[in-house]
Design a binder for this molecule. Structure first.
Ligand SMILES: O=C(O)CCC(=O)C(=O)O
Ligand SMILES: [Fe+2]
Length: 127
């Protein structure tokens, strides 16, 4: 089984295997490969940046597909807010926030306690 998730944190820096592909993002209703570029990082926007930017930055569904022939290594570094940090969407004057204020701790608990094959976790934090 292959899980697909968004990243619950703010930003993820990935150093993918230089040769074996596997990372895919869900874009335009289909899964698309993020092919590895040796020496390059993949920067993935997480749910907290989507919330902080009031939906302007997108935290996309992604998954890692493995194969039985070749090992694949991916090194991930997660940038996370402090547990007690309050996430407050930044709005332009006149526009309202899509998401309510929440703490990262509250979000993180909800992220892992909900049914993982359901909707984007941020849907549960909408105003
Ligand atoms: O295996 C990968 O390249 C992606 C890993 C990933 O998305 C994650 O750890 O959040
Ligand atoms: Fe991820």
């Amino acid at each position: 089984m292959v899980f697909h998730l968004t990243d619950p944190n703010a930003l993820t820096i990935l150093l993918q295997d230089g040769e074996v592909s596997g990372l895919q993002v869900f874009k335009d209703d289909k899964w698309m490969a993020v092919n590895p570029h040796p020496g390059a990082f993949v920067i993935n926007i997480g749910d907290q940046l989507q919330a902080l930017s009031n939906g302007r930055c997108k935290s996309v569904w992604h998954r890692a597909v493995v194969n039985s022939g070749k090992d694949r290594v991916s090194v991930a570094s997660f940038l996370c807010p402090a547990n007690c940090a309050t996430i407050i969407p930044a709005t332009q004057s006149g526009s309202s926030s899509i998401y309510r204020n929440f703490t990262y701790q509250e979000y993180y608990k909800k992220f892992w306690s909900r049914n993982l094959d359901q909707e984007h976790c941020l849907e549960l934090f909408k105003n």
